[in-house]
Design a protein around this ligand. Structure first.
Ligand SMILES: Cc1ncc(COP(=O)(O)O)c(C=O)c1O
Length: 387
């Protein structure tokens, strides 16, 4: 009873700060989907999965990969994936969250320092929290601040890691990977890049921003999730062959996690191959993104420096973002307000993630609806209009 009371108090507190979240099914025009290439409903994916399932001797893995759950299909898939992104080796985890936590908690020792971008995803943050080393957070993509910190902390005995996302999940902006690689080399730091939102969408054949920057095989590690553009689930940590062997032995989210069923490797593989061939979808998606950003910016909206298929509209207060979201939802748009702590205080926003299944027509209507909603809210004095 006491515990129930505490939980209810916390929920009431979240509600009073307009931070209470609810589960809702996606709407007709889904602008929150990570199915960037539209592969989730592609008949070729379904066909592959059906065939793999029919051919599978069992539908469950029955254990972790170090026990009964390993199957050679995973090793073959890891080799193919490493080849696609230009890395020496890859290791598959059951989610991107597990990959980031497993990698960071295993690799960072107590005497090490991790330099982490302030906009990094929760899975990276949690991985660093679990790791024993020191964490220094630098302002989002402020490379001068990062270099100052690297200089200030140059005489430590341990290793130094720089951790960024290549396409940031909440801002849709991109890390300047070449500059970061130069900084890392100059200050003897290792670069770790989370490619969750770039995999399948950016770079040669969708192989990611690290490859696009000409850095394939030259950064310490990349993390590629499979639940977004690849229409599957899980994630690969890519890097050197010794790193792969090390993670098999040290990454707790790999060791103590039941493997996914072997037939699922076929879904990941199909997602990878279809994504690699999806040049038409990539070109369409990039055109859609430029079109929407332009429409919003011309109407005075702040898109937070996005230059990708993730287009935020920064609105300021939680109440303003919620008012925009609910009015757009009432018009049939699947749009969510993203609030602190997911984004910094005062930068609540709508986050539009575009997919190749959308059209310019739909986005033109959407931009019109956003402008209409702004006018409605401006006329409705009960909603605080903040920036
Ligand atoms: C940047 C980033 N990294 C990692 C993850 C976690 O991936 P997964 O959903 O596969 O656990 C996400 C998921 O939203 C993400 O946006």
């Amino acid at each position: 009873m006491k515990m129930d009371q505490r939980i209810l108090t916390e929920l009431a507190d979240l509600e009073s700060r307009s931070q209470l979240r609810q589960l809702e099914a996606a709407r007709d025009i889904d602008l929150g989907s990570s199915d960037y290439l539209g592969l989730a409903s592609d008949p070729r994916m379904k066909h592959t999965v059906r065939e793999a399932l029919d051919a599978a001797p069992r539908v469950a893995s029955t254990g972790s990969r170090l026990l009964s759950g390993h199957d050679e299909v995973w090793t073959a898939l890891e080799n193919d994936f490493a080849c696609w992104v230009g890395a020496e080796a890859a290791l598959y985890f059951t989610s991107g969250y597990a990959a980031n936590i497993g990698l960071l908690s295993a690799i960072v020792h107590p005497e090490d320092i991790v330099f982490s971008d302030s906009a990094n995803h929760a899975s990276l943050i949690d991985g660093m929290r679990l790791a024993k080393g020191r964490r220094i957070i630098f302002p989002h993509l402020d490379l001068n601040a990062l270099e100052d910190e690297l200089r200030r902390n140059q005489s430590i005995s341990g290793a130094r890691f720089i951790v960024v996302e290549s396409v940031f999940s909440m801002g849709g902006d991109r890390a300047p990977l070449r500059d970061l690689a130069v900084l890392a080399a100059r200050h003897h730091a290792e670069l770790i890049v989370d490619e969750a939102h770039a995999t399948g969408v950016c770079g040669p054949d969708g192989s990611g921003c690290v490859a696009e920057a000409g850095l394939a095989g030259r950064v310490f590690a990349t993390v590629h999730t499979c639940g977004k553009a690849l229409a599957a689930a899980g994630a690969f940590v890519c890097g050197s062959e010794p790193l792969r062997r090390f993670l098999i032995n040290r990454a707790r989210t790999f060791i103590f996690n039941t493997a996914l069923p072997p037939y699922f490797a076929s879904q990941v593989s199909a997602g990878m191959h279809l994504a690699a061939d999806a040049e038409t979808e990539r070109t369409h998606l990039s055109g859609l993104s430029a079109f929407l950003r332009d429409k919003l910016e011309r109407n005075g909206f702040d898109t937070a420096g996005s230059n990708s298929h993730i287009v935020p509209i920064v609105l300021g207060s939680n109440d303003t973002a919620l008012a925009f979201a609910s009015r757009l939802q009432a018009r049939g748009y699947g749009i969510r307000a993203i609030r602190p702590p997911t984004v910094p205080p005062g930068s609540a926003r709508l986050r539009l993630s575009l997919t190749a299944k959308l059209s310019q027509r739909v986005l033109a209507d959407l931009a019109g609806a956003v402008v209409e909603v702004r006018d409605e809210i401006a006329a409705d004095h009960t909603v605080p209009l903040s920036r």
